[in-house]
Design a protein around this ligand. Structure first.
Ligand SMILES: Nc1ncnc2c1ncn2[C@@H]1O[C@H](COP(=O)(O)OP(=O)(O)OP(=O)(O)O)[C@@H](O)[C@H]1O
Ligand SMILES: [Mg+2]
Length: 240
């Protein structure tokens, strides 16, 4: 049996607004195997982004905890948590979170600055991944001078350039046309086959079915359904 990469235990993240409490993530238990590609679906507001932020160490649970390869995130020092984010996690934010006054290339290179890649290597690796994402002629553009789909691909390049162990991708094809969407889907599949563990949040059930091995559906912060996706079942036939 594959070793699990990430495990959540009764994970909760509640937001309090005056007298009301929003249970954004409510008692979630997930086990993610090493090398798995997991789809996360559910209606708007069901807690998908909140869950990703917790797993990426960007937010702290109200209760419950997360283990990465058996080590609780809560026990990490600030420095260890920063290292977890800088070296092991690639995050594609739903709203991109690009730095506005940096060029597209600068935004991608930035990820390698945080993981202390030597300066001469940074540029080469950043350009390489941007070429793969069809951004070669947009290197000098600032985010405001890029289309939504281009910004999304810069955000994906920034997450992938450091060759993370896990990719948390929050709607990475939400702004893309069908061709670009397919291109990203096949890139993610390829990276997954090469060993990258992935959690893909999407509203596109077709994308989830074709890319991921297992799909978890959230509703009001809880997991209400888990299914094996058809691509996984086909993979087994292919391998047989
Ligand atoms: N900082 C916050 N303060 C209060 N409530 C919040 C905060 N952030 C998120 N929420 C609430 O938590 C719930 C879950 O939000 P979340 O962004 O995780 O949903 P989502 O599944 O990612 O939705 P979408 O598909 O629209 O991106 C929502 O009801 C949202 O309004
Ligand atoms: Mg979201």
């Amino acid at each position: 049996m594959a070793e699990s990469w990430l495990k959540t235990f009764n994970l909760c993240r509640y937001y309090r607004r005056g007298p009301t409490e929003v249970k954004a993530v409510d008692n979630v238990d997930i086990t993610l195997e090493k090398g798995e590609c997991l789809g996360l679906v559910g209606s708007s507001g069901s807690g998908k982004s909140t869950l990703l932020n917790l797993m990426a160490g960007l937010d702290t649970p109200t209760s419950g905890h997360i283990e990465i390869e058996g080590h609780s995130l809560a026990t990490l020092s600030r420095r260890e948590l920063a290292a977890y984010r800088a070296y092991r996690v690639g995050m594609v934010f739903q709203s991109f979170n690009l730095i506005p006054h940096y060029t597209a290339l600068g935004n991608v290179e930035m990820a390698l600055f945080f993981n202390k890649t030597p300066r001469p290597v940074r540029r080469r690796l950043a350009i390489e991944i941007m070429e793969k994402l069809s951004l070669a002629d947009r290197l000098d553009h600032r985010p405001a001078d890029l289309s939504g789909g281009e910004q999304q691909r810069v955000a994906l390049a920034r997450a992938l350039v450091k060759k993370p162990e896990i990719l948390f991708a929050d709607e990475p094809t939400g702004n893309l046309d069908q061709d670009n969407s397919r291109h990203i889907a096949s890139l993610l599949k390829r990276l997954n086959l090469q060993g990258l563990t992935i959690i893909l949040v999407t509203h596109d059930l077709e994308l989830a079915r074709s890319t991921t091995g297992r799909i978890i559906k959230m509703h009001y912060g809880q997991i209400i359904e888990t299914s094996t996706s058809p691509s996984k079942r086909n993979d087994h036939h292919d391998l047989a």
